[in-house]
Design a protein around this ligand. Sequence first.
Ligand code: GAL
Length: 416
Amino acid sequence: MRKLLKTKSVIVAGLLCTSSLAQAEEVEVLHWWTSGGEAAALNVLKDDLSGQGVGWTDMPVAGGGGEQAMTVLRARVTAGNAPTAVQGLGFDIQDWAAQGALADLNDVAAKEGWDNVVPDALKAFAKHDGKWVSAPVNVHSTNWVWANKAVLDANGIAQPASWDEFVAAVEALKAAGITPIAHGGQAWQDATIFDAVAMSTLGPDGYKAAFVDLDEGTLGGDAMKEAFDRMAFIRDNVDENFSGRDWNLATAMVINGEAGFQMMGDWAKGEFLNADKVPGEDFLCFRFPGTADQVTFNADQFMMFDQGGSVSAEQAALASAILSPAFQSAFNVVKGSVPARTDVSDADFDACGKQGMKDLAAAAASGNLFGSMAHGHAAPASVKNAVYDVVTAHFNGEYDSETAVVELVDAVSIAK
Ligand code: GAL
C-alpha cells in the first residue's frame, strides 16, 4: 500500500511538472472571434505564434461585441484564474488596468518603439498611468454600409450618398419584394447602427457632446430625436425574423442577395472575403450617408493579464507578434479592419481596406475621429449599457422617439 501511494505521488508530481511546463510554453487566449471571417483572421495570429514555438489554448466565447466574453472574463478573474491574454475594447481595458490586473508591457513596447507608431487615439486605451497594458491589433470602424451590388444593379439603385437617397433605395427594394436591410436584433447591433445614425443627425460636435461629454442638452435635443426617427425607419425595413439573429447571419443575407444593405462595422467585410466576394464587383462598402468625413472607431486589443510577477516570455512574444508590421498587414487584410500602426503600407489591402486607411488618417488629422459608443470607446461600460437599453427598447417599439430622448437623458445621468 505504501509503495502504491509513493508511486501515485510520483505520478502526480510528474503530471504537475508536465502541466506547468506546458503552461510555460503556451498562451491561453480568451476572445469572441467565432464567425467564419473572424476565425480566418485569428488563424493568422495562431500560425504566427506556432512558428515561434508558442502554443495556443483557445478560449472562444461566442457573442459579437464581446459582452458574453467579458462575463466569462469576470468569472475567471474572480476565481483567481485569469487567462494569459484577453481580447478587450476601450474603456474595459482601462478598468482592468485601474484594478491592477494587467501586466506591464513597457519593456517590449520600448524595445519596439510602439510609442512612435501607434496613434494617440489607441494609446489612450492601451496605456494606463504611462504603462503599456495591452497590444493593439487593429482599428475597426462602425459607420459603414455593406450592399449587394447585383441586387442594387438589378433594381436600378445607385450607391446612396445622402439619407434621402438611402430612404429612396430602401423603398425601391421594399417595392421589389426584397428585404431592404439585413439586421440582427441584439442590443449591441442596434447600438452599432445607432453610432452611425446619431453621427449623421448630430454631426461630429454633437456626437462628442452627447456620447463623450454626456451633455444632457444634446442627449435630449432635437437632433437626437431625429436619430431615433431614423432608427424607426430602419426598424420598419428589416425582415420579420431579425430578432436575436447573429450579425454574421445578417451579413450572409446580403452576401446571398436576400437583402440589400447591412449597417455594420468593417468586421462584416471579413465575411464577404471569407465567401470569396470581391469589393466593387460583388459588394459595395461606403460610409453611412451623412458621415463620409467622420470615423467612429473601435480597436481590438489583447490585454495581458498579470500572471503573478512580470510579463511572461509568452506574453511578450504574443504582444510582439501582434505589433509587427507584417502581422498588422496580414491579419487586418483578412479581418476587415485596418492596422493599429501608422507606418503599414496599404499595398495588400483591397479597395475597402484602402478607403478605411485613408478615412482613418483623414479623420484623425481633421479632428473627426471619435470612439464608438456601441463598442466601448466613447464612454465607460455603465453608460454604454444605459444607451444600449434605450436604443433597443426604442428599436423594439417600447418607446416613440420623443420618449426615447427623455429616457436617454435619464439613463445616462443615472449611469455616469
Ligand atoms: C467587435 C470587435 C470586432 C468584431 C465584432 C463582432 O466588438 O471589435 O473585432 O469581432 O465585435 O464580433
